[in-house]
Design a protein around this ligand. Structure first.
Ligand SMILES: Cc1cc2nc3c(=O)[nH]c(=O)nc-3n(C[C@H](O)[C@H](O)[C@H](O)COP(=O)(O)O)c2cc1C
Length: 413
């Protein structure tokens, strides 16, 4: 099914007012305290933040809530709670919230194919998961993915959320950003192709609240529009920003005000020059293009195929990661290399780090967590992934996320 048809169907679905997902009827409970990891950097001042009225009890409840509100193949549990492997009963070409079937499956399978050399003869008991990214201290090498679009991506806009209030885009973003903040890491506010600057500015008010501890992404619009949005992102205090240049697929049918386009080295360089904060190019899938980003002066890249959402037959992002890392490092560049697409648990995080990523972004799991449990849900998901990461590090004998040896990955003799 084409994206356009899918989106039309989702809009119809919404306009028919289909199924106001029942409020989960969750009783007010106190949740476990914040993630047992380092808190945000000490230079962060106190922040007035209020959570949802009713907090979910646990991650299971969060995922169940998300399923009620989404009510599409997006919430399929085929490969475990909240996990889609692209082979579910939806029978569509768009598994897992819009992944192109083959690309999506490639991402999932690449992680499944990789294994660790288990190692228990060492003295690594309390591995260090902290790191610094563009001067920001993080409790773990995990950030939320850049996700948005309650209406056209999730079929959730206007539905009743688990806490009995209406689900809105700003509530979704708040859940992502606040949950990541509470876990000592970073979450993203997304830019939608159809979002006018006023809508974008409104979204950035959430980023601003978190004083340098929340990020923003910009679509690959015309240069003029990008510059206008960079001004807004900087005013909101984001420590760095990304442009998902892999969203350029709609260039050929761009409409005024909704123009996205590929960016050549010259245009990337103009963006680098204009911005006063580090610019990360998101959606890099070949060593050649990674080197072009080095040439343009990008501060970082995200090796990503957009979670398999933008092109129908891409190799797994994980499979292209080692080649990209090698090319960049061989060139003498220390450009930051981030990764996303297919990361589902702490073990997957360690696999990506072993292949050379410095940190990962995780899309769909945090998206579900925010829909089903707001900031608390997102924080719970971070806590779960952090626990998995730590125990996998112990069992692989890795002491520090900043120095993950490649040879923890099993290779057949
Ligand atoms: C519903 C949805 C919406 C997304 N919207 C954006 C977006 O606006 N900008 C962007 O850079 N990436 C967007 N992405 C892609 C994610 O940032 C990320 O690359 C992808 O989800 C990673 O794959 P994962 O979900 O397997 O972790 C979106 C992904 C999903 C699932």
């Amino acid at each position: 099914m084409s994206d356009e048809k899918l989106n039309t169907e989702r809009r119809d679905f919404l306009s028919k007012g289909a199924v106001l997902a029942a409020s989960a009827g969750v009783a007010a409970v106190s949740v476990a305290p914040s993630v047992a990891v380092a808190k945000p950097a000490s230079n962060v001042g106190p922040i007035e933040v209020k959570g949802y009225v009713k907090d979910p009890k646990n991650l299971k409840e969060v995922l169940t809530n998300a399923k009620k509100i989404m009510d599409t193949c997006a919430a399929c549990d085929i490969a475990g709670p909240g996990r889609c492997n692209g082979k579910g009963p939806c029978g569509e070409s768009t598994p897992g919230m819009g992944g192109k079937r083959r690309s999506f499956i490639n991402n999932v399978e690449a992680f499944e194919k990789l294994h660790f050399n288990m190692s228990t003869v060492h003295n690594v008991k309390k591995p260090n998961t902290e790191l610094e990214l563009f001067g920001v201290k993080l409790s773990m090498p995990i950030l939320t993915g850049v996700t948005g679009g309650l209406t056209y991506n999730m079929g959730a806009k206007g539905k009743l959320a688990y806490d009995g209030t209406e689900m809105t885009e700003s509530k979704f973003v708040r859940g992502i950003v606040e949950g990541a903040y509470n876990a000592g890491t970073l979450g993203w506010a997304a830019d939608g192709i159809g979002d006018p600057i006023e809508t974008y500015r409104e979204r950035l008010t959430v980023v601003k609240k978190f004083k340098g501890r929340a990020l923003a992404q910009i679509k690959p619009r015309t240069q003029k529009e990008i510059f206008e949005r960079i001004d807004a992102v900087q005013a909101a205090g984001a420590p760095f920003f990304a442009i998902d240049i892999d969203s350029a697929g709609r260039a050929a049918r761009a409409l005024p005000g909704k123009t996205v386009e590929p960016k050549d080295v010259k245009k990337l360089r103009e963006i680098v020059k204009y911005a006063k904060i580090p610019f990360v190019a998101k959606g890099i899938m070949t060593p050649t293009e990674a080197l072009m980003c080095v040439e343009a002066g990008c501060a970082g890249i995200v090796v990503s195929d957009h979670g398999g959402r933008v092109m129908s037959s891409t190799p797994a992002s994980l499979d292209v990661l080692p080649g990209i890392v090698k090319a960049v490092r061989d060139s003498g560049s220390d450009m930051v290399i981030l990764f996303d697409s297919g990361v589902r648990d702490g073990g997957d995080v360690l696999k990506a780090l072993a292949l050379g990523a410095q940190a990962v972004l995780v899309g769909r799991p945090f998206l579900r967590a925010s829909l089903g449990g707001g900031a608390k849900g997102v924080e719970m998901m971070f806590k779960k992934m952090h626990t998995q990461l730590v125990s996998t590090m112990v069992l692989a004998g890795v002491a520090d996320v900043k120095k993950v040896p490649a040879d923890i990955i099993y290779k057949e003799a």
